[in-house]
Design a binder for this molecule. Structure first.
Ligand code: UDP
Length: 249
């Protein structure tokens, strides 16, 4: 797989279909340690730029896909274009489809109590063969006894795929810290607010916005409190132009 480094983050140059094939291969190959998928957007890359210690964490994933139009723009500015934006939620759904078709089970970890149950119900309506081996909300202490109890629940449920939806960067930190204690899990995906969308509580932007690269604008209108986080996008793009002008990547 071709890796393209964008401002220090090692993105995999894949389409959604290629990422889904990679996930299917991972499930067939049964790795000793679960493989991790992270889906950084420009906010996260900017976080790494501002707080360098995040680079090692974000780059520790086995598949890093560009979940944001800002990263795609940056890849073009730097003259090393990535094939396409690969939305984490879309890859997450492809993996649900593969799991349903090939008999792998999934576990949903994250979101407010009740949300993952609703998400599981909706996705089982869509993919009737899907086995949801377990569910746990995302509001527990991410260390000590409480965390150990969640890990024990996951191991007892013995899923093949673990969806970790705790928000950025908590979900990446959690996967990094607990990756070797997940029993049968072969694949972990860090997927932010995906369970809220699958549950039907949060709507994704209309297709036209997504096509025009304006999903971020739609989210901003729905959740104006994201403005602070979203200011990272213009900072990221200005910084990318500056880096290009300085003649390095
Ligand atoms: N969340 C959680 N535990 C926490 C904090 C947040 O499970 O301690 C969940 C929250 O309910 C939401 C998701 O994490 O479902 C974060 O969603 P958001 O859209 O903010 O994702 P991000 O943009 O941070 O990836």
């Amino acid at each position: 797989m071709e890796i393209i480094n964008i401002r220090g983050v090692n993105f995999c140059n894949v389409t959604l279909a290629e990422a889904a094939d990679w996930a299917a291969d991972t499930l067939t190959s049964s790795p000793d340690t679960p493989r991790a998928v992270f889906t950084p957007n420009s906010e996260i890359v900017q976080l790494c730029i501002e707080e360098n210690e995040y680079y090692a964490l974000i780059n520790s994933a086995d598949l890093i896909i560009p979940d944001g139009i800002g990263v795609i723009k940056a890849s073009r500015i730097l003259g090393t274009p990535l094939k396409e934006k690969v939305a984490g939620i879309e890859l997450g759904e492809q993996v649900l489809r593969i799991a349903a078709e090939q008999g792998y089970s999934v576990y949903f970890l994250g979101a407010k109590p009740g949300v993952a149950e609703q998400a599981a119900q909706k996705m089982q309506e869509k993919y009737p063969a899907l086995t949801v081996a377990g569910i746990h909300d995302g509001y527990f202490k991410k260390e000590g006894e409480e965390n150990e109890a969640v890990l024990a629940e996951i191991r007892a449920a013995a899923p093949d795929v673990l969806y970790v939806c705790l928000g950025v960067p908590a979900q990446e930190k959690w996967i990094d810290a607990n990756r070797t204690a997940l029993g049968s899990v072969k694949l972990c995906l860090a997927l932010g607010g995906s369970l809220d969308v699958w549950a039907g509580n949060v709507k994704r932007a209309p297709k036209l916005f997504i096509r025009l690269g304006l999903e971020w604008f739609y989210r901003l209108c729905c959740e104006p409190k994201r403005i602070g986080r979203m200011m990272k996008l213009p900072k990221f793009l200005f910084g990318t132009y500056a880096e290009k002008w300085r003649g390095r990547k």
